[in-house]
Write a protein that binds this ligand. Structure first.
Ligand SMILES: Cc1ncc(COP(=O)(O)O)c(C=O)c1O
Length: 398
């Protein structure tokens, strides 16, 4: 018995927040109430039917006809790991593009598979350079794969996924693409890109709760998995076993107990995406970004990333000289219940990361964020013209 066993235990009641950081984003009540529906068996025919719908809806979201399209039972990191452990074998070489935190994680994955990572590194805040990626593929003709992050959440940068996947195909390499922050927010076109292994996360622009990783694999990638020389070192993430689970239809074979209620939530968030329409969702994210940017600029604040590579859903804002960035975030949270993100790695202390993802990409969020920022920064002595941010944003919004 612990020393505290006599203390009363109460249900956890989370505070109400506006989630405008790098994820999770706000979850719609429709998704939360879907998750509260009765749990049924994961091999129940009704549940199997719902999983088939999740697969179809994910094919829609990824713009793919790939048969092996599924939600991996684990967060985005599990999707990342699934791609590497299945496609990469000991002794392989993989070209990894790194322009932020998540490219670094890809390199870690390659090395843990017993393979060699050839790194193409870019300064944080810049997209992957196609010419340098091509030079690495040319210098390593047998490279098994080219891996990159489409939307780098640590910096707010978009890289040219179509161009990078085309390079991989031209050099006979597979492409492994991180779309954790891009899926549902900006165009992800798996078939048009010719991408081979693509994973995402439930908690960003899809606005579901964290913990599931949508993923899709091309027939070429599936063939590589089937003809491996060695066993996949992870039993849980071995696609050859997961295929029988997600692809088996009525004959679905037990692999692991699916996170039943989490999948209800993902199903609902994908239904909502389908109702809105993918293009409309992309348009909404772009529109909210333009409004936020207008507001920030009217307040004298600047974005880190050049316009051409800027992600609408993740805005890295330069912290003005003399302002304590952590104190601003703390006050936003304490006073307004508003969460924004800190800079990571080389950008720690230098930027804030403001997310406009999924259900957090609305006029309500843009205006609340600008108003709260104005109030906190003004209190710290920053020269912000009163009302300028929200006025500029409103003129873009309406
Ligand atoms: C680009 C990117 N890749 C991978 C991940 C890892 O996802 P998770 O935290 O869900 O494991 C994240 C999470 O923020 C991400 O932004």
């Amino acid at each position: 018995m612990s020393a505290n066993s006599n203390q009363p235990v109460t249900p956890f009641q989370p505070p109400l927040r506006l989630l405008m950081g790098p994820g999770p984003s706000d979850v719609h009540p429709r998704v939360l109430s879907a998750m509260a529906r009765p749990t049924i068996g994961h091999l129940d025919p009704a549940f199997v039917g719902m999983m088939d719908e999740v697969k179809n809806l994910l094919q829609y979201a990824f713009r793919t006809t790939n048969d092996l399209t599924l939600a991996i039972s684990g967060p985005g990191s599990a999707g990342m790991e699934a791609c590497f452990v299945n496609l990469v074998e000991p002794g392989d070489t993989v070209v990894v593009c790194i322009n932020g935190v998540f490219g670094n994680r890809m390199k870690e994955n390659v090395e843990r598979c017993g393979a060699t990572a050839v790194v193409v590194e870019e300064p944080w805040g810049k997209p992957v350079d196609l010419a340098r990626a091509e030079a690495a593929l040319t210098a390593h003709p047998g490279a098994k794969a080219l891996a990159f992050v489409h939307a780098e959440t640590s910096t707010g940068v978009e890289s040219d996924a179509a161009g990078l996947c085309a390079l991989a195909t031209r050099h006979g390499a597979l492409s492994i693409v991180d779309t954790v922050t891009s899926l549902g927010g900006i165009p992800v076109q798996v078939d048009r890109w010719g991408a081979d292994a693509v994973y995402s996360g439930s908690q960003k622009c899809l606005s579901c709760t964290p913990g599931l990783s949508p993923a899709t694999f091309s027939p070429r990638a599936v063939e590589v998995v089937k003809t491996r020389k060695t066993k996949v070192q992870s039993w849980f993430l071995d696609l050859s076993l997961l295929i029988a689970y997600w692809g088996g239809g009525a004959k679905r074979a037990y692999h692991h107990t699916a996170p039943v209620n989490a999948l209800y939530g993902l199903h609902e968030s994908l239904v909502m995406l389908r109702e809105e329409g993918l293009e409309a969702a992309w348009g909404r994210h772009a529109h909210m970004h333009r409004a936020l940017k207008a507001g920030l600029e009217a307040m004298g604040l600047n974005l880190l990333v050049d316009e051409a590579a800027r992600l609408p859903q993740l805005n890295a804002v330069l912290v003005p000289e003399g302002i304590d960035e952590a104190a601003v975030r703390a006050q936003l949270l304490a006073r307004y219940g508003l969460e924004i993100g800190a800079g990571l790695g080389t950008l720690a202390g230098k930027v804030w990361r403001i997310g406009l993802m999924g259900q957090s990409a609305t006029p309500r969020h843009v205006i609340a964020c600008l108003g709260a920022l104005e109030s906190v920064l003004t209190g710290m002595g920053a020269p912000i013209p009163p009302g300028a941010g929200t006025a500029a944003a409103s003129s873009v919004l309406f």
